[in-house]
Design a protein around this ligand. Structure first.
Ligand SMILES: NC(=O)c1ccc[n+]([C@@H]2O[C@H](COP(=O)([O-])OP(=O)(O)OC[C@H]3O[C@@H](n4cnc5c(N)ncnc54)[C@H](OP(=O)(O)O)[C@@H]3O)[C@@H](O)[C@H]2O)c1
Length: 242
C-alpha cells in the first residue's frame, strides 16, 4: 500500500451502496451491515433508501444510513455501484462530483436483454473500464483532474439471491483494479460478506468476470442450476503484502 493511500478498516470504513434498494445492492448491504460495517444505502429516491435502511436497521439492531445516491456517496469512503447496465452512466454522472479520491466498486455486468446468455461487452472492453471513463469525463467536464478515480470492480459472478441469505455462498469473488491498495480494501469487504475474494488484476481484466456471468446464466438454464458460481482452484498461496 502506498504511503498516501488511506488504510481501510473494513469494519469502520463507511460504505455506500448505490442502488442499495435492489437485488444485489441490498444483499451486499445486508451482509456488510450484519458484519458490523457502517453502511449507507443510496437510491434515486431518498424515501425508498430510508425504508430499505429502516428494515436493515431493525434486523441489525443499529442505525443504517440512507440518502439519495449522491448523498450516500458523499458520506462514504468506499462506494459500491449496484445498478443495471442501462443506468450505469446516469448514476455515475450523478455521483461523479463526490467520489474523487474514493474507491468505487463497480458490480455492473453489461447484460443487454433479451440476449443475456450471450457475452456483449461494451466498446470500452468492459463495464468497469466504461465506468472509469464516465467518471473521468465527468470530472474533467467540471474542471477537476480526471485521474482521481480509484476504480475497482467485483461481485460479477455472485447470485444476489444467494448472497441475500445467511448461508455460505459457494463461489469466489474476483476483484479488479489498477491500484493494488484499492483492490485490497475491496477484498476486505468481500471477506466481511463471508466470501473468498481474490485479486483478479488490472481493471481491464474485469471483462473476463463480466463475460463469465452470461456463461453462468447459460449454465443455469442448461443444467437447471440455482445460481452456478465460479471457484478458482490450484492451492493458492496468499500474496506477500504490497
Ligand atoms: N442480481 C444479481 O444476481 C447480480 C449478480 C452480479 C452482478 N449484478 C449486477 O449488479 C447490478 C444490479 O443488479 P440488480 O439485479 O441488483 O438490479 P436491480 O435490482 O434491477 O436494480 C438495482 C437498483 O438500481 C436502481 N435502478 C433500477 N433501474 C434504474 C434506472 N433505470 N435508472 C437508475 N437506477 C435504476 C434501483 O434503485 P432505486 O430505484 O432505489 O434508485 C434498483 O433498486 C447490475 O449491473 C447487475 O448486472 C447483479
Amino acid at each position: 500500500m502506498s504511503s498516501t493511500a488511506p488504510s481501510y478498516d473494513a469494519t469502520q470504513t463507511p460504505v455506500a451502496v448505490i442502488g442499495g434498494t435492489g437485488y444485489l445492492g441490498a444483499a451486499i448491504a445486508r451482509r456488510l451491515a450484519r458484519a458490523g460495517a457502517p453502511v449507507i444505502i443510496g437510491s434515486r429516491d431518498a424515501a425508498k433508501a430510508a425504508a430499505a435502511a429502516a428494515t436493515l436497521a431493525a434486523e441489525c439492531g443499529r442505525p443504517i444510513g440512507s440518502g439519495t445516491n449522491a448523498d450516500a456517496a458523499r458520506a462514504a469512503d468506499i462506494v459500491i455501484l449496484t445498478v443495471p447496465f442501462a443506468s450505469q452512466e446516469a448514476t455515475l454522472r450523478d455521483i461523479a462530483g463526490v467520489v474523487t479520491g474514493k474507491i468505487v466498486v463497480d458490480t455492473t455486468v453489461p447484460l443487454m436483454p433479451p440476449k443475456v446468455m450471450r457475452v456483449q461487452l461494451p466498446e470500452e472492453g468492459s463495464a468497469a473500464v466504461r465506468a472509469q471513463r464516465i467518471l473521468e469525463e465527468a470530472l474533467r467536464a467540471d474542471g477537476a483532474p480526471g485521474d482521481g478515480v480509484r476504480m475497482t470492480s467485483a461481485f460479477h459472478n455472485v447470485a444476489a439471491h444467494k448472497l441475500a441469505t445467511d448461508d455460505p455462498v459457494d463461489c469466489d469473488v474476483l476483484v479488479f483494479g489498477d491500484e493494488r491498495a484499492a483492490r485490497e480494501a475491496v477484498l476486505r469487504l468481500v471477506d466481511l460478506c463471508g466470501l473468498r475474494g481474490l485479486h483478479g488484476g488490472a481493471l481491464a481484466n474485469s471483462a473476463a468476470a463480466e463475460a463469465l456471468t452470461s456463461v453462468l446464466i447459460f449454465v443455469n438454464k442448461t443444467y437447471a442450476a440455482d445460481g452456478a458460481g465460479l471457484r478458482i482452484t490450484g492451492g493458492l498461496t496468499p500474496p506477500a503484502a504490497g
